[in-house]
Design a protein around this ligand. Structure first.
Ligand code: PLP
Length: 393
């Protein structure tokens, strides 16, 4: 069984590039050139340089002593929250801006929901002095004002999208429309392991630096590069793909993704795609998605904006179907409690997204000597208002 992408851009039955003809030229250029570019010496040298000196990598692997005592086992945190801009997202945008420059592109477009990917994209555009346009649902522009201000200060143009539900899906449609109209000088930076091939593979390769570092750090700290299990939250699935990547063939390592159950998987307010979804095509990729019986996408819900997506990357659909990875889910309430536990046991306030991975600890049984790695995808600054409202500080 192959767990990674094949030559045609498929993970088992999932993936591919289900694109309209008008997008063919853009995707074909990318597909034909991305591997040569990202394997070139020049690219690798600059990517490594920026990851080290701009993003702040390697991110630490931290043994969480008091949290480990609480669960009577060994828990390590991969500290993606310590990256510049506060999450794993910059690993991908740094890779894609370098790729765009090698392709000779002078204009960048992106979609964003919560604004985290928009900020990460605007950041690398400022770094490189490249024009940046971010599409964002009009409702999200209102809900995520601090990130909109950051993008503007970074020099990006933020375009509110008034169609549909005025959220992420509509912003994505608008970004694709822009790309079709501007095929020559524009590169579209997608923010997760979703969309048509080669995006899922390309983003996974940029995020794979997480698991590459993990192997070295685990060997140093535990004497074994293989942990018992790795747990990561899953929206589109890029931080999880990065944390799993170099362990896919190490079958003794248990891989666990955690989706957002929202108010519960038996309510209408959920984002647990693998639990309630079915196969279909979303954003030009065959994958699992949340849809009604007519095949219309249903609106997802999660307290964490970064997991509020009705699909999942095709790699995860395949890891789920093949059984290589296991997928759990956590409700808003479980997640808030898990965030508080980490905060008070370790002095680390996690992003709401990352707290889904922490909440899964309550659903597992541990041996004392198990080594569990949690990919702590981001920090909680952006979620302070939600925490304060819930806990009433
Ligand atoms: C965006 C985001 C996620 C979800 O995206 P994935 O592609 O599933 O990783 C998770 N954690 C944080 C902190 C985020 O900002």
């Amino acid at each position: 069984m192959d767990y990674n992408v094949d030559e045609k851009g498929y993970y088992g039955e999932f993936g591919g590039a289900w694109i309209p003809e008008m997008m063919y030229a853009n995707i074909e250029e990318l597909r034909l050139r991305y591997l040569d570019i990202i394997h070139s010496e020049e690219f690798i040298e600059e990517f490594i340089h920026l990851l080290k000196n701009y993003v702040g990598r390697p991110s630490p692997l931290y043994f969480a002593k008091r949290l480990s005592e609480h669960y009577d086992t060994k828990i390590y945190l991969k500290r993606e929250d310590l990256n510049h801009t506060g999450s794993h997202k910059l690993n991908n945008t740094v890779g894609q801006i370098l790729l765009a420059q090698k392709l000779g592109k002078t204009r960048i477009i992106a979609e964003t929901g919560a604004g985290q990917h928009g900020v990460a994209t605007a950041t690398v555009c400022a770094l490189k002095g490249v024009q940046c346009v971010v599409y964002m649902g009009a409702l999200d522009v209102e809900r995520q004002a601090p990130n909109v201000k950051k993008m503007k200060m970074l020099g990006a143009e933020v375009i509110p999208v008034h169609s549909g539900n005025k959220t992420l899906k509509d912003a994505t449609n608008e970004a694709m429309r822009d790309w079709i109209n501007n095929p020559v000088h524009t590169h579209y930076i997608i923010g997760s392991v979703v969309g048509p091939h080669p995006y899922p593979d390309m983003v996974a390769r940029f995020q794979a630096v997480i698991s590459k570092e993990l192997k070295v750090q685990l060997a140093e700290q535990t004497g074994n590069e293989l942990p018992t299990r790795i747990i990561a939250c899953v929206g589109g699935g890029s931080n999880a793909a990065g944390a799993f990547y170099h362990f896919l063939e190490n079958k003794e390592v248990e891989l666990i993704g955690v989706e957002a159950a929202g108010k519960g998987v038996d309510t209408d307010e959920t984002a647990a795609t693998l639990k309630v979804g079915s196969p279909g095509v979303l954003h030009s990729s065959k994958t699992m998605l949340m849809q009604n019986k007519d095949g219309q996408i249903t609106e997802p819900y999660s307290i964490s904006a970064g997991l509020d997506y009705p699909g999942i990357g095709p790699m995860h659909a395949h890891l789920f179907k093949s059984g290589r990875a296991k997928y759990l889910y956590a409700t808003d309430k479980e997640v808030l409690e898990a965030a508080l536990l980490l905060t008070q046991k370790e002095g680390i306030i996690p992003a709401l997204e990352s707290a889904h991975a922490l909440a899964a600890l309550n659903q597992l049984e541990f041996n004392e000597n198990d080594v569990t790695v949690i990919n702590l995808s981001g920090r909680g600054d952006k979620d302070m208002q939600t925490y304060l409202d819930y806990f009433g500080y």
